[in-house]
Design a protein around this ligand. Sequence first.
Ligand SMILES: Nc1ncnc2c1ncn2[C@@H]1O[C@H](COP(=O)(O)OP(=O)(O)OP(=O)(O)O)[C@@H](O)[C@H]1O
Ligand SMILES: [Mg+2]
Length: 353
Amino acid sequence: MEILAIDIGFGFTKASNGSRSLVFKSILGEAKEIQFKGGMLGENTPGENIQIELDGTSYFVGEMAERQSNVRSFTLDQAQFFGSFAKQLALAAAAQMVNSYTPVSLVTGLPIGYYREYKDGLVKLLLGDHKVVLINANGQPEEKVIKISNVRVIPQPFGSLFNLMLNEVGELGNKRYVREKTGVIDIGFKTSDFTVADRMRYSERGSRTTDSGISKAFSIIADKLREKSNVNIELFRLYEAVDQGVIKIRGKEFDLKGITDQVFGQLAKAIASEVDRLWTDDWDIDTIVLTGGGGAVLAKYLQPLISGKVVAVDPATDARLCNVQGYWKFGKHVWSRGVVQPPAQQIPAGSKP
Ligand SMILES: Nc1ncnc2c1ncn2[C@@H]1O[C@H](COP(=O)(O)OP(=O)(O)OP(=O)(O)O)[C@@H](O)[C@H]1O
Ligand SMILES: [Mg+2]
């Protein structure tokens, strides 16, 4: 029995099997014959060349779809995401992480605000045997049967909490989080998820999902660039440019540092006031954990606006992986040791954004 964790995010799909992790953009594209795959000199980075066939349709996934597909799909609409993307993205990740016919126990998550509505559907979508054809970098098809025997769905920000609480074998490591009251702010591409765990008890009152994700800031940047260049830039093409502070469009360079500073500052302000409102009665929180890929990029804007002890992810680690690493530890805790008080079942929860 293999334990696998997959965090299907609006921006990135992340997976971990405890020893190896994988990240790719949550984009699906029409697959077509390609004469040369990978780098022109033969170099290949994992996650760069993903092509799968599922239920009779062939897809390019992630960066491959971004680069090669004429028809690319990407969505920030939750119904469309869970209806038409989640299964393909999860199986594209699973196909690269587990062997054919190996029974897999899977942990995945949903934003708190979508938990009640999509949980059962997501379990149904993923449970069972899935025939997937994985096309390798040389264009050779490899048929795999992904056998998902168990599925646990937990609220996404719990992943980061479990990552701090549990050690590599899924046992309670850092007891501090067990005794204290912890707030989690998980900022992703579409959503910001807030939750409070009071001595390991979930607080519905302090938990919520909003639409204050990084894509909000990216939309403003894309609008400004369209005005200046007449080019409509897909949001998922902005990660690197924003990170580097510059974008080249049709040979012309546009500086992004000023606008990024401004829109990230505004977004941080909006999130800080959501936190203030949501946690008004939770003034006794001991630690606030800032997580998710967006948590890392907004940390310097957000930290001065939030009162209390705010802990951000170590800049040397990839904050996008905190949830999925915690999902895996939770899976280890549940299935390897057999002792569980499944937190997911204490929380039939969520308010809609
Ligand atoms: N190395 C990186 N490459 C790309 N983006 C990064 C990187 N490090 C941090 N980021 C930031 O991470 C954000 C995505 O974070 P994350 O993967 O947690 O979102 P998500 O889980 O896909 O979204 P959601 O939670 O809304 O579904 C990006 O918007 C970007 O600002
Ligand atoms: Mg996320």
